[in-house]
Design a protein around this ligand. Structure first.
Ligand code: ADP
Ligand code: MG
Length: 699
């Protein structure tokens, strides 16, 4: 099929016209024939057989019946009128019912003429009735292009109101397909088609709209899903490849004294195998001559910080500076203190820059950064302000990536003329399947092993009515010398109420435990006050930390062994997992208690039971993905990447993997798509890129 016809504006299609064209554009984003043909059904109704009225079952679902209307009447009811038709076949009688559109139906329905009706049946007053059936004259039914299975297209209220029903959509698509002669140019190479035993593009497009049978539908879906995922992966992988080719990075070819001294003499523990492997991966990137763009995934407590430090040493050893950016003040301070402690035997110059750094100190830092006296700068967003200029930033590390927008990551790049190497660390385990499609342009390292001796956190669910028992448990643990977190939700929309909940909670805990010391941390406090409260808890001067989720990220107090989460039903799974990760950092058995009311939605129940069943971050992330859908997953909102036409990154995980493997193999053999046998792919790819059909991912 020539591309030109497919570019035809939708208003020229028979039966569409300017008004409906406007609707199709606005409501469904359909501008051209091509858009229409690529607007796939979201489900199908199997009309492979007809039912006799006598065969109908109560609660049977959508059925198809042939018969005729013998009588039409209007029935008055309390709210409005109802139009009722007596519908018969040779086995019995049923009713068809309409609550709207009576005039049109009265004028258009033919009595005593065979119709094919389709819809859901209700059992009502000892008889079957079908509200708002789809109807078609039996004579038309035979003439139309029709297959056993019927497509159902997603619609909108406005479309339905303006009469663009499913049947109308089907007509449009049928018309467009007819005009194209059911022939479409192939968009995958012969090699792929024969390797994967795919059906042709034409066959796939026809069968996705009007499947001849179940088997062909499955083949059409597979082919189109594969194609969609294949081109996305091809784009991501190619971009990564070009990036490596084009963007030269600093070459850190020396392993010098910082790294070696620390590794040999000051390492406080043996690295896990996973940590060693990841450090090697980073080291090989840094010495490759290309700019590193790596995502480091590792569950809470898996020991990402030490990996960050060792990576920064590689920069230092080659005469460069490094920075570590964290999403909150608390976390920045903690990183700063932690790294200063780790480096106390070395003469590494480490500074902290946050929003609350005093002006005079800030000036000092700006100067020392520019003249190279600072080796490592740690801080919050303050690091990426334009005023902050490095002498030679070689490596930028972003901790807890999901808190940073894509734009902020991009800003880091611009700190030098040659972009620094970038390492992004996250404890929100993005399921591998999703990472592949969202972060396909990053290389990924995973720390999949916790340091030895960690006991999994025991997690239980308790109702608010059991609070006294929970209090007793808190007391026992504190008397054993442990510390306790009690966390309250804080959601933007109801900040005031949450604040009140927190304060009420704080007061009742203070009343319950007059003999213990309490810290409190919440978002409305001044940073200095937060630090003071946090500090007291870190030092063990307070036993209970009452807080909102500001403590969610990264905070490390190994002696804290109990995490109580209030109104746990209001937290998302990844947040619950992050919070739980605050405990279980020491040698003692730790506990996480999820407090909820008795009223729980199905989703909340699933979240709670997932938390009590597993501590595996990846498993939790998969459940989260299923519950919330990929679009909502933290850190992926901006990417738009998951707006797929037909594939589903969760359900079609296998196809995604295959698509990635094929794309990767293809690029290995033919990085510029210049081989003759890949000409078809090159064409389709260029067209997709030109039309921005493939999203621009994280840039
Ligand atoms: P996260 O990956 O959550 O950032 P951290 O880097 O904060 O984890 O490490 C969590 C805790 O585990 C820290 O107290 C750290 O010192 C300790 N740790 C890290 N790696 C190891 C290891 N290989 N062996 C023992 N303890 C480790
Ligand atoms: Mg961390």
């Amino acid at each position: 099929m020539s591309g030109n016809l497919l570019q035809t504006p939708i208003e020229y299609l028979k039966g569409v016209g300017p008004a409906r064209a406007e609707l199709l554009k606005k409501e469904l984003g359909i501008f051209t024939y091509r858009d229409l043909i690529n607007f796939f059904p979201n489900r199908y109704i199997d009309k492979t057989r007809f039912y006799k009225i006598a065969e109908l079952q109560r609660n049977s679902s959508d059925v198809q019946v042939v018969g005729k209307i013998v009588h039409l009447k209007t029935v008055e009811q309390k709210r409005g009128k109802r139009l009722v038709a007596d519908f018969i076949d040779d086995t019995g009688r049923m009713e068809l019912v309409w609550f709207r559109g009576h005039k049109w139906i009265r004028e258009n329905l033919k009595l005593n003429t065979p119709y094919v009706i389709f819809g859901k049946t209700n059992w009502f007053n000892g008889m079957f009735s079908m509200p708002h059936p789809e109807m078609e004259l039996a004579s038309d039914y035979k003439n139309n292009l029709r297959t056993a299975m019927q497509p159902v297209y997603s619609s909108t209220e406005l479309l339905a109101k303006k009469g663009v029903t499913n049947r109308v959509m089907m007509k449009f698509i049928q018309e467009a397909l007819k005009q194209t002669g059911f022939r479409f140019s192939e968009s995958l190479s012969d090699e792929l088609i024969s390797d994967l035993k795919l059906i042709s593009k034409s066959e796939a497009l026809f069968n996705i709209h009007f499947p001849k049978n179940q088997e062909l539908l499955a083949k059409a879906q597979f082919r189109l899903k594969f194609e969609e995922l294949f081109y996305i992966q091809l784009q991501l992988l190619r971009r990564n490849l070009l990036h490596k080719r084009k963007i030269k990075g600093f070459n850190f070819d020396k392993v010098g004294s910082n790294f070696n001294d620390f590794y040999q003499q000051h390492l406080p523990f043996d690295l896990t195998d996973a940590q060693k492997r990841v450090i090697k991966e980073i080291r090989s990137d840094l010495g490759s001559g290309a700019q590193m763009n790596r995502l480091l995934q590792g569950d809470v407590g898996s020991g990402k910080t030490i990996v960050a430090l060792m990576s920064m040493f590689m920069a230092l050893d080659n005469g460069f500076q490094a920075c570590l950016m964290a999403p909150t003040e608390i976390l920045s301070v903690q990183h700063y203190n932690g790294l200063v402690e780790l480096c106390k035997e070395l003469n590494t110059s480490i500074y902290l820059l946050t929003g609350s750094t005093k002006t005079s100190k800030r000036k000092e830092i700006h100067e020392k950064l520019e003249n190279g006296e600072i080796d490592i700068l740690i801080g919050t967003h303050a690091l990426i302000e334009d005023k902050v200029k490095f002498k030679n930033l070689g490596l930028a590390i972003v901790d807890e990536q999901h808190r940073f927008g894509v734009a902020q990551r991009a800003k880091l790049w611009k700190k030098n003329i040659v972009p620094p190497h970038v390492l992004v660390m996250t404890a929100t385990p993005i399921p591998r399947t999703l990472a592949m499609s969202v972060y396909g342009d990053l290389d990924i390292s995973v720390i999949d092993e916790l340091p030895p001796g960690r006991k999994p956190v025991k997690t239980v669910h308790r109702y608010d009515s059991n609070r006294l028992k929970v209090f007793r448990f808190i007391r026992e643990e504190i008397e054993k010398g442990r510390q306790v977190y009690i966390v309250y939700p804080l959601i933007q929309e109801s900040e005031k109420m949450d604040y009140k909940d927190l304060m009420d909670g704080y007061e009742s805990i203070a009343r319950e435990f007059p003999d213990f010391q309490l810290s409190i941390v919440h978002g409305q406090m001044k940073p200095a006050d937060k630090d003071y409260e946090m500090e007291r808890f870190v030092k063990g001067e307070t036993q209970i930390m009452v807080a909102t989720t500001v403590i969610e990220v990264g905070v490390n107090v190994p002696n804290a062994s109990v995490m109580i989460i209030e109104s746990a039903e209001r937290f998302g799974l990844s947040q619950l997992h992050q919070l739980r990760g605050r405990v279980g950092r020491g040698a003692d058995q730790s506990y996480c208690i999820l407090m909820t009311s008795h009223k729980l939605s199905e989703d909340s129940k699933t979240r709670i039971s997932t938390m009590t069943a597993t501590t595996d971050g990846f498993e939790i992330a998969e459940v989260d993905l299923k519950l919330r859908g990929p679009g909502d997953l933290m850190g992926t909102q901006q990417s738009g990447v998951l707006n797929l036409k037909i594939a589903d990154v969760v359900k079609d995980n296998d196809i995604l993997k295959a698509a990635r493997a094929y794309a990767s193999a293809l690029l290995k053999e033919d990085p510029d798509l210049s081989l003759e046998k890949n000409a078809v792919i090159k064409n389709s790819y260029s067209r997709l890129m030109k039309n921005k059909t493939i999203w621009n991912y994280i840039s």
